[in-house]
Design a protein around this ligand. Structure first.
Ligand SMILES: Cc1cc2nc3c(=O)[nH]c(=O)nc-3n(C[C@H](O)[C@H](O)[C@H](O)COP(=O)(O)O)c2cc1C
Length: 349
């Protein structure tokens, strides 16, 4: 059914279809999908009804998050939101690479800004777990200051905050992965907490998949040193692991081609951090097996975006039911029993 509809939708510009989808979701009633109770999992002191979350980028402006829960998501991440409103890069800036079930986007943090997103969050009260993903304005002089103001601005209004240092579409942003810059960012965040300038809310860092092993290991040591609450692995890649249409497009690649890259990185982060920091695995998930494999490689929770574009909104309900079966088949009672079983943690920890 969705395949037929998709053939029609794919005739039009992806960004136009996305906008129409958001408008449609605002107005149609949606029944709540059933979630098996064994998928309930407790992370960051919160109860997630399902380990599957909606990744950042779909509901950038916090317009439809309460509806998205009805599809079976256990949590929704809105954003990326920038302090001041900004347009983002010129269009076209979202491309479907259909053959590879992938997307390349170069949106560049198009955002209505902190103030308006806060209004949208306050307007639609929901019981569900909502994270806000914060970024920096393109013309910002000091990116770190934008993150600090975002944490202060949203800490009273959401369940968690993601510090997105990994978009490939804001020049210079990924430099926050460099040891000195990352320490600087985390030091300033630590000071916010020590001085009680923000409400107690888990602060997560979303990282790039385009980091070599040596740098990743250094970053993980820093995450442990600063007691980062959680890590999201990963954002889109600037690699082009395919041939033909799309290889010359600017932007970040998401979808199935990102799956192995991001899952390998997830496993390494789990091992380097010795399983001491909760991880959210994201990148190329399009089935229950994909999600479950990320969990076995160290993810306590997972997220997806591109999978819904190619497989439709019914995917989440189906995945919830199939993950429950996969758990039972392996003799696990809960998600947490399966976290990291395929990773190797040394030093006896
Ligand atoms: C159109 C589009 C827009 C995105 N925008 C954001 C964003 O604003 N902030 C962010 O952290 N990630 C953004 N992402 C990245 C996703 O959150 C996710 O990390 C990435 O797409 C990999 O997951 P997937 O393969 O399931 O899509 C975007 C992805 C897509 C496809």
């Amino acid at each position: 059914m969705y395949n037929l509809f998709k053939a029609f939708l794919f005739l039009f510009d992806p960004e136009v279809i996305h906008r129409l989808t958001i408008l449609f979701l605002k107005f149609i009633p949606l029944n709540k999908a059933f979630i098996p109770k064994e998928l309930n999992t407790k992370i960051f002191g919160m109860n997630f009804s399902s380990p599957i979350g909606l990744a950042a980028g779909f509901d950038k402006n916090a317009e439809v998050y309460s509806k998205m829960f009805n599809l079976g998501f256990g949590f929704i991440e809105v954003g990326t939101v920038t302090p001041k409103p900004q347009e983002g890069n010129p269009r076209p800036r979202i491309h479907r690479i259909k053959k590879e079930k992938a997307i390349i986007n170069s949106l560049g943090f198009n955002s209505i800004g902190f103030e308006k997103v806060k209004v949208n969050l306050l307007n639609k009260k929901t019981e569900g777990i909502i994270g806000v993903n914060i970024g920096a304005n393109k013309d910002s002089k000091i990116f770190i200051d934008d993150y600090i103001s975002g944490i202060k601005f949203f800490s009273n209004h959401v369940s968690y905050i993601t510090i997105n240092i990994s978009s490939p579409n804001t020049p210079g942003l990924r430099e926050l992965h460099i040891e000195k810059n990352l320490k600087d960012l985390l030091e300033k965040i630590k000071n916010l907490k020590t001085n009680n300038e923000v409400a107690e809310v888990p602060l997560l860092i979303k990282i790039s998949p385009d980091v070599n092993d040596d740098d990743l290991s250094i970053m993980c040591d820093i995450f442990l040193e600063f007691n980062v609450d959680g890590i999201i692995i990963s954002n889109t890649t600037i690699e082009r692991p395919f041939k033909g249409f799309g290889t010359n497009l600017n932007g970040g690649l998401s979808g199935e081609l990102l799956y192995q890259i991001s899952t390998n990185q997830l496993k390494k982060v789990y091992e380097y951090t010795k399983g001491q920091i909760p991880l959210i695995g994201v990148g190329g998930i399009s089935s229950a097996k994909d999600a479950y494999n990320k969990i076995r490689n160290g993810a306590s929770l997972v997220q997806l975006y591109t999978g819904i574009v190619y497989h439709g909104p019914g995917l989440i309900k189906k995945m919830n039911s199939e993950i429950s079966t996969l758990l039972k088949n392996d003799g696990f009672d809960s998600i947490s029993d399966a976290v990291g079983v395929d990773a190797e943690i040394k030093n006896g920890t």
